[in-house]
Design a protein around this ligand. Structure first.
Ligand code: NZQ
Ligand code: ZN
Length: 380
């Protein structure tokens, strides 16, 4: 087993009605609140009123930044950070999915500095402090509610990159599965695929002797396979929403990584290119890339794919394991080829160029430019 450090300071409030504690929790950090949310969902499903009620109950002074896009962009982060800075906010309240919470994480480290947030991503600046962040999660997928990562796009520099810092853990995250019943069918499926992908990135990382972490990976994927498809047929079912929400949190909160030195993350970095270029939703980008990536690695990683198959997909056959994973994505209703996404006409040379520009790489199983071409061919 590889050495590891376990650290996770996020307090998770999970279940029906947990939002009743939101006001009291925010009040511990202060009364000046920067409320960050996305486009329409928070208002159309009534959550905005619940949040405002909680904030009113503590006499909060609220500054708002809304309109965070799916596949969020750094320009919104800079604009929101400016509002937070001008008003010396005490705490940030992020209400939404991964895009909103990721944006709020970078806002939290950008407020204390007088510089563009992208400087963190370019390693020109290291965060020293963060405004406390409280998150209300409305979409089960990314695990951002209990981890130290954020992912932003910068269309000017043609990058979609992740950033990690221990300062980015939310102080508190509120997860009421009832808040996710309005997530549309497609994003529900993408969320399930994303959590499975997070398990696989860990599993194909460095540290194959992390036997207990492997078993956790298998358990989380099995949970997704058992409860994902029923959820797709019963989108308002609280219990099924709860099972998927909890699984998504565990899939990327460090648990699957103990005993490894890193995940692979090659599939994510290629998926980010598809999101950057064609605004492919994150989960959908992964269901396109994963089958192609596994087929590329089928000899290299035969023993690991076989072991995954034996423990999750009822087969010790490498190709059948990949087919069954792809089949699972299809059952959810996810695209498994670029032509099945809403990307429209894609340009393979453009994808290749931006992959090279982003060094769409892996921490562990390195890809070269020939691999890029081959993966693109298999994704089309
Ligand atoms: O903007 P609104 O109107 O709120 O609509 C959102 C958005 O259109 C909607 N939605 C969210 N909750 C809803 C809802 N609609 C109805 N009812 C609700 N309760 O869903 C759409 C997608 O939301 P988004 O936040 O973009 O989705 P997701 O949670 O999948 O986040 C994706 C982002 O997270 C990054 C991705 O790269 C992508 O940018 N990731 C972050 C990670 C992390 N921080 O650890 C890891 C992941 O691998 C991932 O890279
Ligand atoms: Zn992901």
């Amino acid at each position: 087993m590889e050495n590891f450090t376990a650290y996770n300071p996020t307090t998770l409030h999970f279940g029906k009605g947990v939002l009743n504690q939101l006001g009291i929790t925010i009040n511990r950090f202060g009364k000046k609140v920067l409320l960050v949310y996305g486009k329409n969902s928070v208002k159309s499903n009534g959550l905005y009123d619940t949040i405002k009620h909680q904030l009113d109950s503590i006499g909060a002074e609220v500054y708002e930044y809304s309109g965070i896009k799916s596949n969020p962009v750094v320009q919104d982060v800079d604009a929101a950070a400016a509002i937070g800075r001008e008003n010396s906010v005490d705490v940030i309240l992020a209400v939404g999915g991964g895009s909103v919470i990721d944006s709020a994480k970078i806002i939290s480290i950008a407020i204390p500095v007088e510089a563009p947030a992208w400087d963190f991503f370019e390693r020109k600046m290291i965060p020293r402090t963060a405004v406390p962040l409280v998150a209300v999660l409305t979409l089960a997928a990314t695990g951002t509610e209990m981890n130290q990562f954020a992912v932003l796009s910068n269309h000017e520099t043609e990058n979609k990159n992740g950033y990690g810092s221990p300062l980015l853990y939310p102080r508190h995250s509120f997860l009421d599965p009832q808040l996710t019943v309005t997530v549309p069918e497609d994003y529900t499926a993408f969320g399930i695929a994303d959590l499975v992908a997070h398990c696989l990135e860990a599993y194909f990382g460095k540290g194959e002797d992390a036997t207990l972490s492997d078993k956790l990976v298998f358990s989380i994927i099995r949970e997704a396979i058992e409860y994902g498809p029923p959820l797709m047929n019963d989108l308002t079912n609280y219990e099924l929403r709860a099972k998927i929400m909890y699984a998504a949190t565990l899939a990327l909160n460090g648990l699957t990584m103990y005993g490894r030195t890193s995940g692979d993350w090659g599939v994510h970095s290629i998926g980010h290119i598809l999101s950057l270029l064609y605004d492919v939703p994150h989960g959908a980008s992964l269901t396109v890339v994963y089958p192609a990536w596994l087929r590329l690695q089928r000899e290299n990683l035969a023993h690991r794919i076989k072991f995954l198959g034996e423990n999750v997909f009822g087969t010790g056959d490498v190709d059948l394991t990949i087919d069954r994973l792809e089949g699972f994505f299809r059952i959810l209703g996810c695209p498994v080829r670029l032509s099945e996404t809403k990307a429209g006409n894609v340009d393979p040379d453009e994808i290749f160029r931006v992959m090279v520009h982003n060094k769409a790489a892996t921490f562990v199983h390195k890809l070269n430019v020939d691999d890029y071409r081959e993966i693109i061919r298999m994704m089309l």
